[in-house]
Ligand binder design. Sequence first.
Ligand SMILES: Cc1ncc(COP(=O)(O)O)c(C=O)c1O
Length: 549
Amino acid sequence: MSSGSPRIAQGRIAGDRPVPHIVTELPGPKARAHVAFDETWTSPSLPRAYPIVPIRGEGLTVEDIDGNLFLDFAAGIAVTSTGHSHPKVVAAIQDQAAELIHFSASDFYLPIYPQVCRELARIAPISGRVRAYLGNSGTEVVEASMKLARFATKRPYIVAFLGAFHGRTYGSVSLTASKAKYHAGFGPLLPGIFHAPYGRVEDLRWFDEVLFDKLAPADEVAAIIVEPIQGEGGYIVPEDGFLQGLRDICDRHGILLIADEIQSGAGRTGKMWAVEHWGVEPDILLTAKGIASGMTLGAMIAKAELFETWGPGAHGSTYGGNPVACAAALATIELLEGGLVDNAATRGEQALAGLRPLLDRYDGLVRDVRGKGLMLGIEFDTGEHAEEVQWACFERGLLVLECGKTSVRMSPALTVTEAEMATALRIFGEAVAAVAGHGPAVLEEVVDAGAADARPHLRPDDRRRGRAQARLLVARQPRRRRPRRHPSTDRRRDPRADARDRGVQPLRDGRALHRGRDEPAVLPAAELFRDRPAGSQPPDPADPLALWR
Ligand SMILES: Cc1ncc(COP(=O)(O)O)c(C=O)c1O
């Protein structure tokens, strides 16, 4: 683990403050009040990972409502590919908004819409004539691809994969199979969908031995939809040969191969599209998330002859391909091709080199380190430990996000610098050490190395100063070998317990975690995340702070 991370360059938001820089307890007082306000008015279905309330972003720096600075390795769920508010993207958005905000490309000829389609066709890994359709989100273009595949092939069935995530509208959620809760209570789902095992070459036998033999004839299967690297399912990289095997099955039976690159695409894996790591050409490619730097745009890119089976009215959208989102996409593509895809590859190597030693150092706790480019997954032995690491990172000012059942993902903007990556790796290492019960030893290494810049959150003007200094004092003690304990039995070193002692609670699916069977969350901040009993009075929405008086 790098102990002497170079200092991160300052910018508009950070000024001369280092990043991260935590100046309040987390969540801070304004964040707590805001969470109460939010929880009064918003749908409880939003899962919410932890209570950050962002108000400004620049590059990988995010400032929250209390003035804390975070280093963002979550990127709005792998979206802000060019960093927060990249000046070129902002300028493109501002210029377009000043000219024309909406007209609807469904019914009229909006000039910027085909420009984006042409650019997407140019960069798509699909040979021959290519066209594109623009929607507003990932799930919308997944839906579009299901309609196009059925329409063009005149076949009913679609195959997706166990562990897949394709969205939450009815068609896409029927394809999704990463967590049963996404289906719970919503059935019956869309019929005609099968789920295959994902990732191993030997799993491909399922198609001949199970699907085509027992469930549906191959010539009734319209499409196989696959994430080249599974995203929400846990950042799972398939074996070499898996995607090629799918391509072969499709070619043998006239089935369309749909690559859902909504998370893996737009340069995130160190190539423009993840399928390019394996030289596999899909018939239809889906993109969203990073392609417009956070503006709402999704695209279905496909062989022109598939599109040309559709007539007018077969598909469309009032907003899809909105000119402001299109302007952001054009600026984003230029930046991706201008060096960010290459940077993703280089910084990804740096990340893997920094993360792999955790496998030996925390053998048993850290189970796998995997990924390509800046689509990085770190798997833990249990979901609880993944959650604890996510929380321990948050407390230290690093934003990461869980995925799958037991993994934490790093998906920073493709603009990430060497220094930012080094800082993130150091903090992540500290977080894992804390969860493993080795916190001080790792801090000691940092202090021993005299790496002042490697601990930017320990500043004299910190309101956390006392605690930070206490930690450093502990760190300066001669190193003692601590016997390894099972982290969840080591209360003194458990960051969740530590957080709760200070009145804050990590979340699981928007609810407070309760540590142990008989230890309910009792401190004020926990109130925010508790299930409200039916009929109870919510906090006064006009005065959310009331909860805190
Ligand atoms: C691979 C993949 N497909 C589809 C979606 C759905 O995208 P959206 O949330 O924009 O609807 C996601 C979102 O996480 C995704 O990762």
